[in-house]
Ligand binder design. Sequence first.
Ligand code: ADP
Length: 199
Amino acid sequence: MASTSRMQAEAAHQNQVICGFRLQAEEFETSMPSDVVAIYPGSFDPLTNGHVDIIQRGSRLFDRIIVGVLLNLEKSPLFTVPERVAIARDVFKPWHNVEVDTFDGLLVDFAHKKHATVIVRGLRAVSDFEFELQMALMNRRLRPEVETVFMMPAEPYTYVSSRLVKEVVALGGSVHGLVPDVVEGRLREKKLARETLRA
Ligand code: ADP
């Protein structure tokens, strides 16, 4: 008799454990977002094939990826924000899950507004790491639910930066293959316009 009631008690306990576990699993499932949305923030002045490479990788990992063009930043950018947005929209038109938007203020607040739980950043070399680590940890402190994910570009783009692209073009060099064709064309136009102004 005693052993039957002990067995019953054990069964009830097992049931409690299993039901409790099931409940936790259900709560977990309902609290998980159905779509994983990622933000890829930056100045994109101009967009390079390094950026495109990272977005392409991100678009395979996440349900949606939003290219977030930062509004303030540099005092004298080469491309205006509307130009940068138009270029990015043009380049990413073929990808159904890539969007382009602008933001200012805190990146994590923009992520929250967009229901994004991931921030994507590109890592080219060790030199990127220190700053990126600080930023990721600060963003985690501000909004712990937003995770930063780092991605490496394909090797040919590990030395490409927007700043270097602008310098090479200004000095008359070619950036063919390092930026999307539309950017190459726009860079040429900008250079011509500047030279005409100077002449
Ligand atoms: P920021 O001014 O924030 O560096 P950028 O537009 O230059 O903005 O870059 C946005 C993101 O893209 C950053 O995470 C940067 O490290 C990354 N990135 C820039 N160039 C490359 C590249 N060639 N390959 C991979 N990631 C890159």
